[in-house]
Ligand binder design. Structure first.
Ligand code: PMP
Length: 360
């Protein structure tokens, strides 16, 4: 990916000038159109911006007294008491501290592959072994195989649902049964960064299992639909004994800006709904272009689409970058599949045109 990094400077955005790019983006940007990180291109909302400005005006004091109200607000949203909640500086922090809290040297984490790697990458450094279970032939998490591999050494099972990079959601009953059974033997970590994008209103929350006292940790983030990726705020929900262990590791981790932004974001239902609608519209636009190009893509329940580019994504990334668009990085071993995030409607229209020019 070295060459991609080298190409991302403002001076090397190819055919598009920074001025032209700004036309396609409602925010001031002088880098290319970024469809590689699954961010919400519309965030943060006006309410969040105001809350952050107000916080500066009030002197930007230490955050600690304000942690508790945010934790309470999240607990209420999830239908649990505040002692179930762990606030984290982005869910990446939650993944890391969970990995090192529960899986030490010689212990094992079982995970699908490809998936979001933060927990496993970090736990490896601290001496844990990772047991990778490839996605099945439909590019779904292979739950049967994961269950088979659990031994006394297994301290965590990492499940990402909807999965990154595929965007696929496991059927509700299957995943509930899996988590319920597996949590009798070991801890299940359910990474639900894309939970908000699930379209089935009856899809159950894994928090229901937490409420039943199961060994399940649910991870959520405000980086996606709430548009706070740069703020670094997420949370985990777990039964109080587990949450307490995790909370010991994250003392004073969230900052005051994150707290005021998070509260304002969670209260802003209109922006939430607006973002979901725009995401769906953008995803359909991308899918229509892939249909036109006769390229296969997976059914996504997230803010991105994973499609079969039929060529090494590193090469495609260079071409697309020369046209002013950053696309997702490769996810080995699926090097010829490409993950593309839903940008604004204008960004996606531009991406579609660039893709048609490149692959059409
Ligand atoms: N989990 C998954 C599945 C993700 O895709 C991401 C971000 N791309 C994260 C966690 C981390 O999100 P954050 O640290 O911004 O909360």
């Amino acid at each position: 990916l070295g060459s991609i990094t080298m190409l991302t400077g403002a001076a090397s955005i190819g055919k598009l000038s920074a001025e032209e790019i700004k036309k396609f983006n409602p925010r001031p940007f002088d880098t290319p159109i970024r469809l590689g990180s699954n961010e919400n291109p519309y965030g943060p909302s006006d309410a969040v911006r105001k809350a952050m400005r107000d916080n500066f005006d009030m002197g930007c004091r230490y955050p600690w007294a304000y942690n508790a109200p945010l934790r309470e607000m999240i607990a209420q949203k999830e239908g649990v008491t505040p002692d179930h909640i762990v606030l984290v500086a982005g869910s990446t922090e939650g993944l890391k501290i969970t990995g090192i809290t529960f899986a030490g040297r010689g212990d094992e984490i079982i995970s699908g592959l490809p998936t979001f790697l933060s927990m496993m990458e970090y736990a490896k450094i601290w001496g844990a072994d990772i047991n990778w279970v490839p996605l099945d032939k439909n590019l779904d998490y292979d739950l049967e195989e994961i269950e088979k591999r659990i031994t006394a050494k297994t301290k965590l099972v990492f499940l990402c649902n909807p999965n990154n990079p595929t965007g696929k959601l496991l059927p509700a009953k299957k995943v509930l049964d899996f988590c319920e059974t597996v949590s009798e033997k070991t801890m299940v970590f359910s990474d639900e960064a894309y939970y908000d994008y699930i379209e089935d209103p009856d899809y159950p929350s894994m928090v229901d299992l937490v409420k039943k006292g199961k060994n399940v940790i649910v991870s959520r983030t405000l980086s996606k639909v709430y548009g706070l990726a740069g703020i670094r705020l997420g949370y985990m929900v777990a039964k109080p004994e587990i949450a307490a262990k995790l909370n010991e590791r994250v003392v004073a981790n969230t900052n005051m800006m994150a707290i005021v932004a998070g509260k304002a974001a969670l209260e802003d239902d209109d922006f939430y709904q607006f973002s979901l609608n725009k995401n769906l519209e953008a995803r359909k636009m991308i899918e229509a272009t892939l249909d036109q190009l006769q390229l296969e893509y997976l059914p996504s329940q997230a803010n991105f689409v994973f499609f079969h580019a039929k060529q090494d994504v590193r090469k495609l990334a260079e071409v697309m970058l020369s046209k002013g668009v950053i696309i997702g990085r490769p996810f080995p071993p699926l090097d010829d599949w490409c993950r593309i995030s839903t940008g604004t409607i204008e960004e996606v229209a531009f991406f579609n045109q660039a893709l048609l020019e490149t692959l059409g």
